[in-house]
Ligand binder design. Structure first.
Ligand code: GLV
Ligand code: MN
Ligand code: MN
Length: 398
């Protein structure tokens, strides 16, 4: 029978791999030692549950229950500073439901923990490769912010890697996740049944000027890379006003300034430029504005400009049939206290949607925060999510 205590205990145990910061923080980036140790622990837990654990060539870990099984899961890697639930919740809920179903002689439920959902190298890298949104040959040369390549990182798991896992084993995919935003927390609702996932674009931009002495170089003669970034950001925000909606988001989240010293006019800056929206056409228009603005800033100040490869995922609707099952289960577990909603965060489900029907459900995030050590959810809400997912999967909830 579904065992919420065992589910919570496994969830807390998973946090012990890379536990950091105050509260319930975790540092477990893809292919780090804690990430690999967590995956080995999870594989052992899958085996104990009667599933067949299999790692694919990029570190995705599947626990297979048999052919035509429903696949449940998410990811167990984290952001450089992450919380204990982002990804982990969906994987451990899947494990508990698969285990409970085996024990009760219920339907076959398989489990997955995708690798590098958090984009140390790309955007949802492991599931993007499995789902065919990215080919391995294009992913291998991608580098993280320290210059480590994907191919070198995945070599750390070579001793575990097996063959590709065929998507034909699975009849559909359902991912439970924390909302990571404020809607459910503010409304007091317990479950969000996702209707669609936004699209994303992500690339690196470089401005190269002239590194020089911060005391002797007159302001008028400088080609200061930080000033270029600052101007780019201000002009971009202004130009986007005519194109975006209140749901559109864009972020410069990583900046590498060279040589990053107080008494040196910085000669070079490389930064991440990411934007998200539910409308692919709007994403395209924003790309045009980004490239044009960067070029103008470069031309106006004597900078060389470099654009890295643009990564992206399209907006994706969820499968109607699976959504209806989730909605029915949500109504049974939280009558009148749930909603349909879009996902502003990216998820592995986006990639899996190329292969089979997919759906997602959310539970509330306290304070609407995630991608921070402060991320948390009330344990009673985690258990409600577990029960909704189990019901939707046709597993006895007791
Ligand atoms: C995934 O974590 C995302 O950035 O939405
Ligand atoms: Mn996640
Ligand atoms: Mn995340």
């Amino acid at each position: 029978m579904l065992n919420p205590k065992r589910f919570l205990s496994d969830l807390h145990h998973l946090r012990s791999f890379g536990a950091a910061g105050v509260g319930k923080g975790v540092v477990r980036p893809a292919f780090s030692d804690p990430d690999i140790a967590a995956r080995e622990w999870l594989a052992a837990r899958m085996k104990e549950a009667g599933l067949e654990p299999r790692f694919d060539p990029v570190g995705n870990l599947f626990g297979i229950a048999g052919e035509q099984s429903l696949l449940l899961g998410s990811h167990t890697d984290t952001q450089p500073e992450g919380g204990w639930l982002d990804g982990a919740l969906g994987v451990i809920a899947a494990l508990e439901i698969a285990r409970a179903s085996k024990e009760a002689g219920g339907p076959p439920i398989s489990v997955v923990s995708f690798q590098d959902e958090e984009g140390r190298f790309g955007v949802t890298t492991g599931s993007a490769i499995w789902g065919g949104n990215t080919v391995l040959a294009d992913a291998d040369p991608l580098t993280d912010r320290d210059g480590v390549s994907f191919v070198d990182a995945r070599a750390k798991m070579a001793h575990l890697a097996g063959a590709d896992v065929s998507p034909a084993l699975f009849s559909g995919y359902v991912e439970m996740h924390i909302e990571q935003g404020p809607s459910l927390d503010q409304s007091g609702e317990k479950i969000g049944v996702v209707d669609s996932i936004v699209g994303i674009r992500d690339m690196r931009i470089t401005f190269a000027g002239q590194q020089n002495h911060a005391g002797t170089t007159p302001m008028a003669l400088r080609r200061d890379a930080f000033q270029a970034l600052s101007r780019f950001n201000a002009v971009l925000n202004d130009r986007f006003r005519n194109v975006v909606t209140p749901q559109t988001v864009w972020t410069i989240g990583h900046v590498s300034l060279h040589p990053n010293a107080s008494s040196v006019v910085p000669g070079k800056v490389t930064f991440s430029m990411q934007w998200r929206d539910g409308d692919a056409e709007r994403l395209r228009r924003m790309e045009g504005i980004i490239r044009e603005t960067a070029q103008e800033v470069a031309d106006g100040g004597g900078f060389e400009i470099g654009f890295g490869p643009m990564l992206g995922l399209e907006p994706v609707p969820m499968d109607k049939g699976l959504r209806a099952r989730l909605a029915e289960a949500a109504e049974a577990e939280a009558p009148g206290n749930w909603r349909h909603m879009p996902s502003g965060a990216l998820h592995d489900a986006t990639n899996v949607a190329r292969l089979m029907p997919v759906a997602m459900l959310f539970v509330p995030s306290i304070g609407g925060v995630s991608h921070t050590f402060d991320e948390d959810t009330d344990e009673a809400d985690l258990v409600t999510g577990l029960r909704v997912l189990a019901r939707a999967a046709g597993v006895d909830v007791g």
